[in-house]
Design a protein around this ligand. Structure first.
Ligand code: PEP
Ligand code: MN
Length: 362
């Protein structure tokens, strides 16, 4: 892929002095709604006004967007507020209509990025465009699929590119709507350090009260901007009601976020430190998550042992685990002493859990 420096020129040229903000409702609902929210966002840090016109709904029967009519409302937004406009496109017909209505930024949704056929169709329809095109991560945590989409667009001679990190689906219930898997976004940044990366805390969290924290983590990880769904009456929004914030809350979030600049050496040091600390926080959360899951499995073993009436401690098994973990730890630069201490602590917790189960009355 060609030099990614050129891909971020559109962003540098905006000369913002703060992270890029894309905001607006999940879906365009009515002309009044689209224009009303836009006017509330007019004199804020928002550069691009978003509104979904065609909504990819997981199950049929929900509101599927107002269609091309909404593009006219977005044109009015641009005329009346001067904000640039943004919407999702999912096929050639969408692209043609969005270009006809002079939409400034088009994004490819998570459900489209998974399909190379769709991505190629969109890339062909956009060939050589001077509009900004952003690619959301695919719904599944597959870095190649995400990069592949960037490559298809770049090959179609689209110069103003970027990606949006909106998290990944899991079958497992978590506190997120779509788990962030930050490491994947960090890996993408490492591969293409100049490619603009925008965080979408709305679709990651699914809940408005978690948006601030995810946004702060993203900024600490040097993301270039945020896309935050904003609605004047979030609870009554026709889609994604729980995750939308009011324009007032959006302004407050932007004010409270700590934006670390890299202007002098002290600031650079602080920015690097918070970036590394944000990475450590992510791993610490993963450790707790994994240990919690390990204990659940251990509980099930406890229940099984109770049924069979066998002892909690099976020392052969324990010595086997320990030997294997010491070797694996060595290959990752972890000392034998550390592995021993850590696994003894884990094992003790496991025994405590199992004892509790075995000794419980029925
Ligand atoms: C959206 O931005 O409203 C949307 C549908 O997002 P995603 O593709 O991330 O689900
Ligand atoms: Mn949405």
């Amino acid at each position: 892929m060609e030099n990614t420096k050129e891909m971020r020129k559109w962003l540098d040229d905006l000369n913002l002095g703060h992270p890029l903000v894309i905001a607006g409702p999940c879906s365009a609902e009515t002309e009044e709604q689209v224009l009303g929210i836009a006017h509330s966002l007019k004199d804020t840090d928002v550069s691009y006004y978003r509104a979904g016109i065609w909504k990819p709904r997981t199950r049929p029967g929900n509101f599927e967007g107002v269609g091309a009519l909404g593009l006219k409302w977005l044109q009015k937004v641009k005329d009346e507020t001067g904000m640039k406009t943004a919407t999702e496109v999912a096929n050639r017909a969408h692209v043609e209509l969005a270009l006809e209505h002079d939409i400034d930024l088009l994004w490819i949704g998570a459900r489209s990025t998974v399909s190379p056929f769709i991505v190629q169709e969109i890339a062909d329809a956009l060939e050589g465009t001077d509009k900004v095109v952003l690619i959301k991560n695919p719904v599944n945590p597959d870095l190649s699929l995400w990069l592949g989409a960037v490559e298809r667009l770049s090959t179609a001679n689209i110069k103003k590119l970027g990606v949006i990190h909106r998290g990944f689906s899991t079958y497992e219930k978590t506190k997120y709507r779509n788990i962030p898997e930050w490491q994947l976004a960090i890996d993408l940044q490492t591969r293409f350090p100049d490619l603009p990366i925008i965080n979408d805390p709305s679709h990651i969290t699914g809940k408005r009260d978690m948006i601030f924290d995810v946004s702060q983590t993203a900024l600490d990880l040097n993301f270039d901007g945020l896309m935050i769904e904003t609605h004047h009456d979030p609870d009554n929004a026709w889609s994604d009601a729980a995750q939308q914030v009011t324009p007032k809350t959006l302004v407050q979030i932007m004010k409270d976020l700590i934006i670390r600049k890299e202007s002098d050496s002290e600031a650079e040091y602080n920015a690097k430190l918070s970036n590394l600390r944000a990475q450590i926080d992510i791993f610490d959360h993963q450790l707790i998550e994994t240990l919690g899951k390990r204990m659940k499995v251990s509980d099930s073993i406890g229940a099984l042992k109770k049924q069979k009436n066998v002892a909690v401690l099976q020392s052969n098994r324990w010595n086997q685990i320990l030997g294997a973990m010491i070797l694996e730890g060595e290959s990752k630069g972890l000392s034998e002493e550390f592995i021993l201490k850590m696994f003894k602590a884990i094992h003790q917790e496991s025994i405590n859990h199992q004892e509790k189960i075995i000794n419980a009355e029925i």
